[in-house]
Design a protein around this ligand. Structure first.
Ligand code: MSP
Length: 525
């Protein structure tokens, strides 16, 4: 079983392009694995508790529950629009999740992993965490990234995180795929060296925060939002759930055969996932063989700057999809970034990449393969004619591209996988220009040759449709429908062999699938 999750998004504001990127990336990887024939479960959702939500709801004069319901609906609508096909929806106000969090808290307390103590210290309201001297900048102050910092003295519950950090260091050092890509693991190990002596405060007194999961053993407190949110990965996977809860069977989803993958942004590796979560799992009794892998992606910025409400440079994915089409957005979000690295969001590049790689290159290939087959051979494809070196080179190019695509997808590098497909498309267009089917058509003696050339082009489109389907499900189905591709939707990547289209196969009327994006410029420009 391939069990894949994303971070669950905060419901204190509208979804933006960063949220959309992560969900599209996960959706593409999940669709790819389903296409490979692997049983796959993809979980995504929303993080609905915490101080930020309570504050925003208060500002808007509504109950937090009402407020999160509204924001959650926007996320759900966006995932529907963008074609995100998830198998499980994690919403942390769900009673099944709350019951799981409480059961875990009870267990950890029974195991002596939780204790109560009084603490006085600096607290960042924005980051919802206590600060230590390590969080001060060179001049000894808490920098603007912490927002308002207040001094608190209060009792709280703590998790004995420090009991697990030596184990964590060893686990990270000895497990090659604990954190991907590798350079992110180094960051985590550095942070661990700086951070290993402290325990984790896992509660908030109710007078300060009402909007959270009440501690089962101390009703004056609610659970710290990160402790609550991280548990979504197991609560919605059926951990400690009743058989009739409508949740998956945990032992089938969370296996050592293929350890789960959590896709997260670089900002939530340290300390939340890389330290808290792995130590929480260990304290619950998860062995090393059942530790999840963390796939850490970079950020989409604007002109090198972080996107933020205050800078007013946030990109709205729904607006973008309305302007350029859903698939243009999906394509761009996984094409113009390397998994793990940051990238700069740039509408000009979205248009350029769509127009170059899809409208021009692939569109041209489809047009040649489908249109010319319709016009020159009545839509009937023929195989079996003698093959030339050019034909064999085209087949070799397809095999190379397919292997490179597969290797890149296995490395979660969708951008490289798309480049590989594009290489083959470019090869095919070069082939068409050299073979000139429009010239072959003029000579009745070359009808066999014409059929072979058109077959090579159509067969290539068939393969590209399958390979592209995780990223562009809609365009891929349209192409497959026009080709009347036998078995599309049911066959897997291992069925991708030369000859998907049989001899004598009749294709359908072609229709443009990738209309060029044309930007209306104001008159005179
Ligand atoms: N609620 C927490 C996650 C809890 S997981 C148990 C959270 N939410 S978030 O809404 O702030 O971010 C959700 C995800 O979106 C995170 O993985 C974050 O890294 C990602 N992104 C937020 N802004 C982003 C960009 N500008 N670019 C790419 N991804 C970014 O953190």
């Amino acid at each position: 079983m391939f069990y894949l999750t994303t971070a669950i998004d905060y419901t204190n504001g509208a979804p933006h392009i960063g949220h959309a990127y992560e969900k599209v990336l996960a959706d593409v990887l999940a669709r790819h694995r389903r296409l490979r024939g692997d049983e796959t479960f993809f979980l995504t959702g929303v993080d609905q508790h915490g101080q930020k939500v309570q504050q925003t709801a208060e500002r808007e004069g509504v109950e937090p529950s009402e407020f999160v319901a509204g924001v959650t609906a926007r996320f759900l609508a966006l995932w529907e629009t963008l074609g995100i096909r998830y198998d499980g929806w994690a919403a942390t106000v769900d009673d099944r999740h709350k019951a799981c969090v409480r059961a875990i808290l009870d267990d950890l307390k029974a195991k002596g992993q939780l204790y109560k103590k009084a603490h006085s210290g600096h607290y960042s309201v924005r980051q919802e965490q206590f600060l230590t001297d390590r969080d001060r900048d060179e001049s000894g102050n808490f920098g603007p990234e912490w927002g308002e910092v207040v001094l608190f003295e209060e009792e709280n519950w703590y998790f004995k995180l420090s009991e697990h950090t030596a184990w964590l260091k060893d686990y990270l050092e000895t497990t090659p795929d604990a954190v991907l890509p590798l350079f992110r693991k180094a960051e985590l190990l550095n942070a661990l060296d700086r951070n290993s002596g402290t325990d984790l405060c896992i509660s908030r007194p109710k007078e300060r925060l009402r909007w959270g999961i009440e501690l089962p053993f101390d009703p004056e407190f609610v659970t710290y939002v990160w402790f609550d949110a991280l548990i979504n990965y197991i609560s919605f996977a059926g951990y400690r759930a009743a058989a009739d809860a409508g949740l998956p069977d945990f032992s089938r989803l969370w296996t050592a055969g293929e350890r789960p993958i959590h896709i997260i942004g670089k900002d939530i590796l340290v300390p939340a996932h890389g330290i808290y979560w792995l130590c929480m799992l260990r304290a619950m009794g998860f062995p090393d063989t059942l530790m999840p892998r963390l796939l850490v992606h970079g950020w989409w910025n604007r002109s090198g700057e972080k996107m933020s409400k205050s800078l007013g440079n946030i990109v709205d994915p729904a607006e973008l999809a309305g302007r350029f089409g859903i698939e243009a957005v999906r394509y761009y979000l996984v094409r113009d970034i390397h998994t793990g690295r940051d990238s700069d969001f740039d509408v000009e590049r979205l248009i350029m990449l769509f127009n170059t790689e899809l409208a021009n290159e692939l569109g041209n290939l489809c047009n040649r393969a489908l249109n010319m087959s319709q016009r020159f051979t009545g839509g009937i494809l023929r195989t079996g004619g003698p093959e030339t070196d050019d034909d064999r080179a085209l087949q070799a190019s397809l095999a190379e591209s397919t292997a490179a695509y597969q290797a890149a997808m296995d490395d979660f590098e969708v951008s490289r996988a798309l480049e590989a497909i594009n290489r083959h498309v470019v090869h095919c267009n070069g082939y068409a220009e050299r073979m000139k089917p429009w010239e072959l058509n003029k000579n009745p003696e070359l009808r066999d040759r014409l059929a072979t050339v058109l077959y090579h082009l159509a067969e290539s489109v068939a393969h590209c449709a399958v390979l592209l389907s995780p990223v562009l499900p809609d365009a891929a189905s349209k192409l497959a429908a026009q080709l009347k591709l036998p078995g599309f939707g049911s066959f897997g990547l291992s069925d991708l062999k030369w000859g998907l289209l049989p001899d004598g196969h009749e294709i359908d009327k072609p229709q443009p699938v990738f209309p060029r994006i044309v930007i209306e410029t104001p008159e005179g420009k």
